[in-house]
Each structure stands twice: as C-alpha cells, then as structure tokens.
Design a protein around this ligand. Structure first.
Ligand code: NAD
Length: 462
C-alpha cells in the first residue's frame, strides 16, 4: 500500500525545505523528495559556496591593506586557492548536514530520488534502486532553476562554464571572461580578480547590475577597476570558439578576447520535470509555472514556489513564498505581499543592497520624488575600517512624504536591509531613533534626513 502524506514537497532548496518544515510544524504529515543534495542550488552551488569564496577573497583584500592599517605581516600575502576551496566545501557540507537533521528533527520523511507528480494526489519517486509511489493531499513544487545557456555556444563544462563549475574550479585561471554583468557575474568577478585572474565582464546592456539605478552600476564599475576588473558594457558577445583549452570570445564591435574560462551568467531558467507539468496539466509561461498570489497553480491542491515560478530567483524570495504555500496547504489563507519589498543583495566589493521602488521605477510610474543622499566617506566607522566607498540613497515620495525605496552601495550594506525595510511606506521620523555612534548604519539615517533636507552631517544643497 502506498504511504500517505498530507503534504509532499518536491525539491529541498530554501523554498522546499522551509515549506516542509512549516507544514510539519502545523501538524501535517510531510514528505520531501530530493534527487540531488539536500539544500538545493543555494546551499550546494549558489549562495553559500559563493559567499564562502567571497569571504576568503574579502579577507585577502583586507590583508593587502595591512601596511596602511599599521599592521606588519612578514612575507607574501597570497591566496591558497585549494585551501579556499576546501574551506568552502567544509562550510557547505556542514550546512547540508544541518538542513538534513533539521528536516528529520521535524519528523519529515526524506525520499532520495526524482519526484514526478502523476496526479494532484500521487507522486512517484524514481531512484537508481526502485520506483515507489506515495499519496498526498497537497503537493508543493519547489524544483528550482538551472543556469541559462546561450545556444550558439553551449556549456562544455570545461572552458564555457556556468556558475556551478565556476564555484569549484581546481585552479585559478589566468584569465576569465564573464558574459553577463548581473548578480552572479559581478560576484564571481570579485572572487577571481582578487585571487589573481584577469577578469573581463561583458554586459549587453548600458551598465553592469542593470536592474539597479544607473549610479550603482557606475559606482561598481569604478570600484571594480580598482580590483583590476575590466567592464565592457553595451557590448554583445557574438560567439565563443574554443581551441586548445582557450576560449576566443568575439564581441559585436569586432574585438576578441582570449580567456582560459568563459563564465556564462546571463540568468537562470525555471526547472520542472516535463512529465509533472504534463500529467498535472500545469499552466506554464515558458519554463515558469504560473501561480496566483497564494502560490496556487491552476491545479487544486498543487502549489509552486521559488525559482520554478520565476518571480524573484532569490532564496529569500523562496522562503517568503514557502511560508505562504505552507500556510495554504495546511488549511490557512495567506497571500504574497508586494514583491518590491523583497530585499535585493549583491555581495560584491563593495556590496549593493536595495529595497522598495528605486529611482528608475518611481520615474517610470510618474512618482515625483526627493532623493536623500549620504556617503560612507563621511562616516567615522567606515573610514576607521578603511571601507569608505559607497553611498546610501533614500527615496521619498514628494506627495505624501512616504519612503518609497532605499538603495545602498557600501561595505556591509546588505546587513542594513532590515533597517531600510522598516522605513518603506512610512513617514516615521528616523530622527526619533537613536543610532549608536559610530556605526556604519548612521549613513542610512543621514540619507533619510537628507531626503527631508534636515541632515546634520550632509551639507545643505545649493
Ligand atoms: P542576472 O539576471 O542577474 O544577470 C544577467 C545579466 O546578463 C543581465 O545584466 C543581462 O543584461 C546580461 N545578459 C543577458 N544576455 C547577455 C548576453 N548575451 N551578453 C551579455 N550580457 C547578457 O542573472 P545571473 O547573474 O545569471 O543570476 C541568475 C539569478 O540568480 C538572478 O536572478 C539573481 O538574482 C540570482 N542570484 C542572486 C544572488 C544574490 O541575491 N546575491 C546571487 C547569485 C544569483
């Protein structure tokens, strides 16, 4: 007889495992199916390994300023790439173990294999050893995404590679061309430029990080130059020829660049087994599964969350959607809120963080704004730490004084996103809040005050 569950979750990434745990906490008999490693892309070949390598690379950038900071380090300061890789592996393995035991501690049954939904109530799990069928009242699809490839020069896993291989290179290449100056491209550029590769980013649009306001791309391009990263924006790659382990990258302006590795980072596409889509009759748009604000698909009792629904392609976006799907799959009634309130964080040197509507979006929507600005170079703690590049901008709606958005570039701005979130949609007087001094986050306060023309440390505007 088939084993019976209340909820079956397919995929164990941030969306899948958090949905499963929330369902179990609500008393549902829950199963989770994973065909690869527990933790999904984020833990195994995305957020966590990239942050581990960025952590090592950041440490190296700091060590290089030891002389300026008055610290004597005898001998060479140089990267040990294999140790960096081993450290990354150990971090990932530790968290993988942690996620697995967390899921087990919540009495969730883990099935190893490929989960295929046969109907809204039947899921087949196919593994090397067997195929089993289980029954369920609800299904949550959390099957993630895959790197997008460019058909004219598909991944070969050796020279033309995706972020997955890039995170696990055995040696630092002498040169790397990164196609796509988005989040992955910019983060990987920081890692590899810091450990000694000659990195060139080719971005098709006007600027790198084109989803942010233009000043962000300009500032990051300038900071990247200091790291030795070359940025070619507004350029299209027309082809990549591989010969003798070297990729010859051709651009539409006739330029060619040789590189040992060519990272293609032009986005990710949703990934769901065709069989599941067909047997359930799921409504899709391209590779993405269509859902409503309750994370319901067009099939009753089947939910979808995370990258497979193509909304944010962010782990924390998946966490939020998982919460909603889990509540609804266990008898509740919840809906996703405003997606612009899902924070955006890029872990470059310096970091980029934004939330709410940016200046570009406000302008598109015809919202008249006043933009408050403050710089890290005027902040005591940032200067003391020798990390004073960057700026914070707070966007105020001129009509009702409400804060529409915050965009920040600076050393630790991703950690300031929760504070920025608290401001969005409010007219709250930040001057009433006492910020510890000296802290990096005082720049947020200064920018807020500047949006109202009352900053103490930003000079009055002409
Ligand atoms: P992305 O959408 O962030 O950036 C892709 C970039 O490639 C864009 O700037 C686009 O203009 C450019 N591009 C597209 N086709 C091109 C071409 N032919 N030539 C040159 N440039 C081209 O995608 P990504 O960087 O691959 O990341 C994938 C997803 O993973 C994103 O949605 C991202 O948000 C997510 N991610 C997030 C984080 C984070 O939050 N820190 C980290 C890594 C990945």
């Amino acid at each position: 007889m088939a084993e019976k569950f209340d909820v079956v979750v397919i995929g164990s990434g941030p969306g899948g495992y958090s949905a499963a745990i929330r369902c179990a906490q609500k008393g549902a008999a829950t199963a989770i199916i994973e065909k690869s490693d527990m933790g999904g892309t984020c833990l195994n070949c995305g957020c966590i390994p990239s942050k581990a390598l960025l952590g090592s690379a950041h440490f190296l950038t700091l060590a290089k300023y030891s002389n300026l900071m008055g610290v004597v380090i005898d001998g060479n300061i140089s990267p040990n790439w294999s140790k960096m890789q081993a450290r990354k592996e150990a971090i990932v393995a530790g968290f993988r173990k942690g996620v697995t035991s967390l899921v087990q501690a919540n009495k969730i049954k883990i099935f190893q294999g490929t989960g295929i939904a046969k109907s809204a109530n039947k899921v087949e799990i196919i593994s090397d050893s067997a195929a089993v069928e289980i029954e369920t009242k609800s299904i949550i699809l959390a099957t993630g995404s895959q790197p997008m490839e460019i058909p004219a020069f598909p991944f070969d896993g050796e020279t033309i590679i995706s972020s997955k291989e890039t995170l696990a290179l055995e040696e630092v290449p002498k040169s790397m061309v990164i196609i796509g100056g988005g989040v992955i491209g910019c983060e990987m550029a920081c890692v590899y430029a810091t450990v000694g590769a000659k990195v060139t980013i080719v971005e098709a649009l006007e600027s790198i990080l084109p989803n942010e306001d233009p000043w962000v791309g300009k500032m990051i391009t300038r900071e990247f130059k200091k790291l030795g990263i070359e940025t070619l924006a507004g350029q299209k790659v027309t082809g990549v020829e591989v010969a003798g382990g070297i990729g010859k990258v051709s651009l539409d302006n006739g330029q060619t660049i040789d590189a040992e590795k060519v990272l293609v980072a032009v986005g990710r596409k949703a990934a769901c087994d065709k069989e599941t889509v067909d047997s359930l009759g799921l409504k899709t748009k391209g590779s993405v599964i269509e859902v409503n604000e309750k994370m319901e698909t067009n099939v009753r009792n089947v939910y979808a969350i995370g990258d497979v629904v193509g909304t944010t392609y962010l782990a924390h976006g998946a966490f939020s959607e998982a919460e909603v799907a889990a509540v609804n799959a266990t008898g509740g009634d919840e809906a996703m809120g405003d997606y612009s309130l899902i924070p955006r964080a890029v872990y470059t040197f310096p970091e980029v963080a934004s939330i709410g509507k940016n200046e570009t979006r406000c302008a598109k929507e015809g919202i008249e704004t006043v933009v408050g600005k403050a710089m890290f170079k005027s902040n005591g703690r940032s200067v003391a730490h020798n990390e004073s590049a960057g700026e914070v901008r707070v966007i105020r709606n001129k009509a009702d004084d409400k804060i529409m958005g915050v965009t920040m570039v600076g050393a630790t701005v991703t950690e300031m996103l929760a504070a920025a979130r608290a401001l969005i949609g409010t007219t709250e007087k930040i001057t009433d809040i006492c910020f510890a001094h000296p802290t990096v986050s005082e720049v947020l306060k200064e920018a807020w005050e500047d949006a109202f023309g009352i900053s103490i440390h930003v000079p009055p505007r002409p």
